[in-house]
Design a protein around this ligand. Sequence first.
Ligand code: SAM
Length: 213
Amino acid sequence: MMYRLMAALKRPLVHLFYRFPPAGLEPERLGVYLNGLVDRAHLSGDVAEIGCNIGGTAVLASTALRHMGWTGTYICYDTFSGFVQDQFDVDAGLGTPRNRSRMFAANSVALARTLLRFHGCEDVKLVKGDVTATSPQDLSPSYSAILLDIDLSEPTYLALKMFWPRVCSGGAIYVDDCCEESIWKARLGYERFRAESGLPTTYKAGLGILYKE
Ligand SMILES: C[S@@+](CC[C@H](N)C(=O)[O-])C[C@H]1O[C@@H](n2cnc3c(N)ncnc32)[C@H](O)[C@@H]1O
């Protein structure tokens, strides 16, 4: 209730709080991701950002793609209310501080939509819910690039299983929070999926990357 109220209070102030898009990626990772998008702008396929928070990176990424003449759909998947408690508890057992459990809770589809509209990105599609339970009708048949940024080990692994088969030839998935020393355990999900699938390991600036031939 309190978090919903906080999200509602932020909405009319988007133009003051978020005059510049609030990207949640570290600058070097944002650079790697945007570079990957620009390199793939010629591929026909949609782009997914799994874990978009209020959409700061989505503003930058979708705008860069449009400037490159890309005509796909930029699709953001998020609960828009923070972590799924059971999923967070698994990682809390692995060392993620419990006080982070409500970190992204003060959010809503309406807040993200307001931010996207303010920055001229009305065409970004928002899909609300636990990504591991996404209905097939909300999945694209083809993604040229995906940013997977949901921090936790289990949903990262499950999302990779769900989305990897839909990545087109030449496409890539970028998984955030894959550095060795991190409070976040996404790297475990990345490593588990990568090992099971027999794919090579690629780490760059703390992102775990999977490339499709
Ligand atoms: C680090 S933030 C994303 C930051 C964003 N990519 C950016 O660059 O601004 C992590 C997001 O993952 C979302 N999230 C966590 N677990 C999720 C799940 N199982 N399904 C969907 N979204 C989830 C949270 O709600 C939160 O908004």
